[in-house]
Every structure is written in C-alpha cells, then in structure tokens.
Design a binder for this molecule. Sequence first.
Ligand SMILES: [Zn+2]
Length: 217
Amino acid sequence: MRIVPVKTPTVVKKLLPDYIWEVSTTDKVIYLTFDDGPTPEITNWTLNTLKEYNAQATFFCIGNNIKKYPEIFHNILDQDHAIGNHSNTHLKGWQTNKKEYVSDIQNCQNIINSEIEGRNLTEPKMFRPPYGQIKPKQGKALLELNYKIIMWNVLSFDWDNSINPETCLNNVTAKTEPGSIIVFHDSLKASKNLKYTLPKILEYFGKKGYSFKSLNI
Ligand SMILES: [Zn+2]
C-alpha cells in the first residue's frame, strides 16, 4: 500500500499552515514544479517541452547539481522560469539536526545567489524540503530566515518506477484543480514517467483552458 497519497489531505495542510500547499485561486492556473535538477538531458528536455506549450514552471534545484551543471541552470533562467532551493546535498530532514539542515540550505542559496548575480533578479527564497521531510524546528528556522516553504497538493509519483507512465499521468489529471502545485522531477530516475506524462499534461490541461505559471511567492 502506498503511504504517501497523490493528493495532500486537508488535515495535513491544516496541521502545517505556515507551509504553502497550493495557490488559492479559481482561475485556471497550474503550477508545475520540477525537483532535483539540473540534470543533463532531462532538464533541457523539460525546458524544450515547456517551451513548446508556452508553459512556465518552477525548478527546485540541488546546489551540488547547479555547481556541476551551471550551464543547464542558466538555461532555466534564460527561459524565465522560477528557481527554488532544494538544499545543497538533498538531506533527509528527519535524520538531520537543525544546524546542519539550515546550513545545507544556506549553502545552496549562496550558489543560487552567485549564479544569478548580474541578472537583475530578486533573490528567490522558495525552499522545498527533499523527500518532503522537515521537522517543525527546521521549518521555523527557515521561516525566520524569510524562506517560503513550498510543499504541493499533487504528487505525480514520476520517480516511482513501480508505477507505469499511465498511472503517473492519471495521478495528475485526476487530482489537479485551479491553483494546484504539482511535483515532478527533472531527474534520471523519473525520466521514463516524466517523458510520457509531461507533454500529455500540457496538452490535456491546455485544451481545458489552463495556463501554466511559475510560482512567484
Ligand atoms: Zn528531491
């Protein structure tokens, strides 16, 4: 049985009201997010696919990956997508002490800031916890440092290779509504499901009159 649901239950959102789970709107807008990049091939493929459909999105990047692939990170910026912080080394919050956790996130932030220098961008301060794991004390410390903690209300399960691409697509089409924040991954692990699902999502919701925007929180 799957422990984490595709759709985030209301009770979870109510328990953690300081985190952002969705955007409150009745407009037909969807917020696609991509975690774990930049990744060679996958991120550029994602960028090209989004461009084909005139879609904007948000990329929660890992600091170490930005360092390894700065040119791919700049491709994201060149297409005006939003950037978020996904920590420097993809730590599990529940197994990490507050000091180490916050410092890993600050390290990623420093890398982001040095890469965006000269681009005339406001410092992006959106953070998504790797694995969705964050302890209350860690969350509090990050909120005090003015980070916005961005969770989701729809998980595609694209990283889970035990599900087939059709299920991944179905997870998203069945649960998305106006203002949904949807989690995908521009990672190698997720690429089989992502490459099948993303164009279909863009097509399906585009035909229904939805637009795809980057988070600006
Ligand atoms: Zn991640």
